[in-house]
Ligand binder design. Structure first.
Ligand code: ADP
Ligand code: ASP
Ligand code: MG
Length: 409
């Protein structure tokens, strides 16, 4: 009997009508003879509201309490979907992360999944019961609820699919697959039938929110077949979405596969840092201990024994970063701490970059033609990223989409 994991994101369970619609889709899958586990997100907007409440009370809140608050969003939708399924004659029950249990590490707010002890859940699935699982949450070693970082339900779904040896993990969302760029920003974006794991991983990590980065990492490692498709529209006439595949399964390789942007960045500059051995670890050591991910880094040449150091972080981490650096100010010895929230990171991604030169220069030239200033640059084997002023995000993404020949005809 095929075993399928179906994951529905926030917009797919945004209200009771959408939840009824999801229940009908799940019923179709059950009627087709599959064993089904469903992973759900919180209703659209619910998690943002919960985050805002935590932040309003205290910007430097306790991450364990933040998790206790955030995990409630998914608890609501599991119960509601189970009720909606029962109402149309499908046997179903809800599972919170701790009930499975889905075990995580102790990085509250951005926990990693360590193990899923799914024997009980599987035996109920085998007896014909649909498992409705809360995405985004698990149980940390301190016996407290942990959440997996924003967008984490994708990772819950892929990890569950791996744990129960599912034949496929279908990620239902509000677009009908992975596109060459965000189709909501660029109407001429094209849907990709297939995308290589490596490219999807890179696109997700630089801001394409359609899949959480860790979900792609996990799918690649555990060989889970992942498909991204729409939960909207008529199920009989839906597109087949996008399948994640190995690179060698893609015959027509484009040089650039996709373009992503992220407005969730902040830029931090430390002026007049002493230019001496050990300064990088003096700055980044405490940030790493505070679980802050630092992304792009540039350091200027030295003038009179000091230098300026600029780096980017997730915007949500900014209060913690300022707090942390101010506490270390004497040890590091910088003169001024400057921050800028009005930045965006634009990235072009493609495995073809490995064998083609000039990709980065096309990006720099295109942005220059639009008079967009580049503040920071970083590259990897299959990606080039630049940091620009946030106001130019849309202009930059559209111009690059055209420049790399990605526009739909
Ligand atoms: P869900 O709530 O279902 O998890 P998300 O909002 O997290 O949905 O992800 C889907 C959104 O991702 C789309 O609405 C789209 O705006 C955005 N997106 C960004 N980049 C891409 C891309 N390359 N292809 C498809 N969607 C993308
Ligand atoms: N509800 C969580 C969020 O908004 C998890 C998810 O949707 O995947 O980040
Ligand atoms: Mg999502």
């Amino acid at each position: 009997m095929p075993r399928i994991v179906m994951k529905f994101g926030g917009t797919s369970v945004a209200d009771l009508d959408r939840i009824r619609h999801v229940a009908a889709r799940v019923k179709r899958q059950v009627d087709a003879g599959d064993q089904v586990a469903v992973v759900v997100s919180a209703m659209a907007g619910a998690t943002n509201q919960l985050v805002a409440w935590c932040q309003a009370l205290s910007p430097l809140h306790d991450a364990r309490e933040y998790d206790a608050v955030l995990a409630t969003g998914e608890q609501v939708t599991t119960g509601l979907l189970a009720i909606a399924l029962q109402a149309i004659g499908v046997e179903a029950r809800s599972w919170a992360g701790w009930q499975i249990p889905l075990r995580t590490d102790d990085s509250h707010g951005a926990a990693r999944i360590l193990a899923i002890e799914a024997a009980d859940l599987v035996s109920r699935m085998q007896s014909g019961q649909v498992a409705v699982v809360a995405g985004f949450q698990g149980l940390a070693p301190d016996n407290r609820i942990a959440t997996l970082g924003r967008g984490g339900s994708d990772t819950s779904a892929v990890a569950l699919a791996a744990a129960i040896a599912a034949d496929r993990c279908d990620i239902y969302t509000d677009v009908d697959g992975v596109y060459t760029t965000d189709p909501r920003m660029v109407p001429r974006a094209r849907r990709l039938e297939k995308i290589a794991y490596e490219e999807m991983l890179e696109l997700a990590s630089v801001g394409a929110k359609v899949l959480q980065t860790r979900s792609v990492e996990l799918a690649m490692k555990s060989r889970v077949r992942v498909r991204v498709l729409s939960s909207f529209g008529d199920p009989d006439n839906n597109s087949q979405g996008t399948l994640l595949v190995d690179e060698d399964e893609i015959v027509e390789k484009e040089i650039v596969t996709g373009i992503a942007y992220s407005r969730d960045e902040a830029k931090v500059t430390l002026r007049h840092v002493p230019d001496r051995p050990g300064i990088a670890t003096a700055v980044f050591g405490p940030l790493s201990a505070a679980h802050v991910n630092v992304d792009m880094i540039v350091q200027n040449i030295s003038a009179e024994g000091t230098t300026d150091m600029t780096f980017t972080i997730g915007r949500a981490d900014l209060p913690r970063v300022i707090d942390c650096l101010e506490r270390e100010r004497d040890k590091i010895g910088f003169s001024t701490l400057l921050t800028d929230r009005d930045v965006a990171k634009i990235s072009v991604v493609g495995v073809g970059m490995r064998s083609h030169a000039g990709i980065a220069n096309t990006m720099f030239r295109t942005l220059a033609e639009k008079s967009i200033n580049i503040q920071v640059i970083s590259t990897s084997e299959i990606k080039v990223s630049v940091l620009i002023a946030q106001d130019y995000t849309e202009l930059a993404v559209r111009a690059l989409h055209t420049a790399y020949g990605l526009d739909a005809a």
